[in-house]
Design a protein around this ligand. Structure first.
Ligand SMILES: Nc1nc2c(ncn2[C@@H]2O[C@H](COP(=O)(O)OP(=O)(O)OP(=O)(O)O)[C@@H](O)[C@H]2O)c(=O)[nH]1
Ligand SMILES: [Mg+2]
Length: 422
């Protein structure tokens, strides 16, 4: 399939009235939409829209020398072939446009592999359709060649898919190990989730001092990034930036990016960002679909809802939108801004309140034995205080799981260890 075509002038075809999101997507990849054709229909035709409309589109694209048609829907392979054949130009459906954006943004190995997997998965039914058509003696434009070429191509897709899945599994495993190590060391994981362009990377940058790309366009971020909270508080926190949600993505596509979303499922706390500069209607829709997606990934996760970019609104608007979001999601909600630093401390305090219980231990270590043990404890737990009388008194905080290891190690070495309250 011809991916990454560098065509700028295009038209949009839709059977729904609302094309705002598609326009945002096309803007984000740099297509220049010359005209929007809308024909409201309950169901698409085999050509997606009716014959009359198709003729109108054909005339317009011929007169204006347009070579790319963008459809505001996921097309069935047969519809796609019919449209391309009739119009004689390249047709991209919504899923393909999103894939083009992903391909354009993917910079790291994992992102690139995920995009490749998603593209292959996307192509499969189209190649199957092509296979049928070639068998019947038809010769649709792309991938010119005979039955055998198509059959080979189909086999190649299957082989490559398998190989990429294996490679992705390896990368995911490496990440699993790193994550386990971090948890063992007493770190808590906080994921920043939300709709595309909600301000997730900006929040990560603010909280951790990272310098991730921040842009006013969707899908700036295609891979996750984990960094340590810049304040030296206990227990230490790690924040992860994630890929933005977008509505109506097919499930196979979400699965292709599964490992990046996994960070949400495995986090101790998720901060859900909702862009307060959107219209109330968009905010509601995006908030609902994001929340649904998070719960789909993990039912029991602790969520903090924050309204981002509050500096762009008046106090009255913020109060109204905060209340509306609270009502819709049935969940408390904090207005924040990374620009004015509004409520950043409230947000962090809430994160700490949501953390699973951690234990506090006091250990007495005879001076002669202190060095190795102290080094180990500082690596694996959060040491909060060290004092001295006859022995070294170490106070620390750690997760429940870590507590067992610390207690075991102390007992083996004959050090006195006991739990103490807050
Ligand atoms: N005024 C204002 N703008 C913000 C704030 N936070 C983020 N933005 C802007 O919102 C846009 C998107 O920010 P990002 O941080 O890239 O958003 P994201 O959620 O990571 O976006 P994707 O990775 O594309 O999903 C950028 O233009 C930011 O400058 C804020 O607190 N106030
Ligand atoms: Mg981002």
């Amino acid at each position: 399939m011809a991916w990454g075509i560098n065509i700028v002038d295009s038209v949009i075809v839709s059977i729904k009235k609302d094309v705002a999101e598609l326009e945002e997507l096309t803007k984000s990849i740099g297509y220049d939409v010359k005209k929007v054709f809308i024909q409201i229909r309950e169901k698409p035709t085999p050509f997606y829209v009716g014959r009359g409309k198709m003729e109108e589109i054909k005339n317009f694209i011929e007169e204006n020398n347009i070579k790319l048609v963008l459809v505001n829907d996921a097309l069935r392979p047969s519809q796609w072939f019919n449209m391309e054949k009739y119009l004689g130009v390249t047709v991209y459906d919504r899923v393909r446009i999103i894939l083009e954006i992903f391909a354009d943004r993917a910079k790291r190995r994992e992102g690139k592999l995920q995009v490749k997997l998603a593209k292959l998965t996307y192509e499969k039914p189209f190649v199957r359709e092509l296979f049928h058509r070639v068998k019947k003696g038809e010769k649709p434009g792309f991938l010119a060649g005979g039955e055998y070429v198509v059959a080979d191509y189909y086999e190649m897709i299957k082989r490559q898919t398998k190989k990429i899945r294996e490679e992705l599994k390896k990368i995911a495993l490496e990440r699993d190990i790193r994550r386990m190590e971090r948890k063992e060391s007493g770190f808590y994981l906080v994921s920043i989730a939300g709709y595309a362009n909600a301000g997730k990377s900006s929040l990560l940058n603010y909280l951790t001092g990272e310098k991730r790309v921040v842009e006013d366009r969707v899908f700036s971020t295609l891979s996750t990034k984990t960094s340590r909270f810049r304040e030296n508080r206990h227990p230490p926190l790690l924040f992860t930036d994630t890929v933005g949600f977008i509505k109506d993505l097919p499930h196979w596509m979400i699965d292709a990016f599964h490992s990046t979303l996994e960070e949400i499922a495995l986090a101790d706390v998720v901060i859900l960002l909702i862009d307060s500069s959107d219209s109330t209607k968009d905010m509601k829709e995006k908030a609902m679909s994001s929340l649904k997606e998070i719960y789909r990934l993990k039912e029991t996760v602790k969520i903090i809802v924050a309204l981002s970019k509050s500096d762009l609104l008046s106090e009255k608007e913020i109060a109204a939108k905060t209340e509306e979001t609270r009502r819709i999601l049935n969940h408390p909600c904090i207005p924040i801004s990374t620009l004015t630093e509004r409520n950043m401390d409230v947000l962090i305090n809430q994160v700490y309140e949501c953390l699973p219980q951690f234990s506090r231990l006091r250990i007495e270590i005879p001076q002669d034995n202190a060095d190795g043990m102290l080094e180990w404890l500082s690596r694996k737990t959060s040491v909060t205080r060290i004092s001295q009388n006859n022995a070294l008194i170490v106070e620390l905080e750690c997760s429940e799981r870590m507590k067992e290891r610390v207690v075991g190690k102390c007992k083996k070495s004959g050090f006195a260890v006991r739990e103490y309250g807050a």
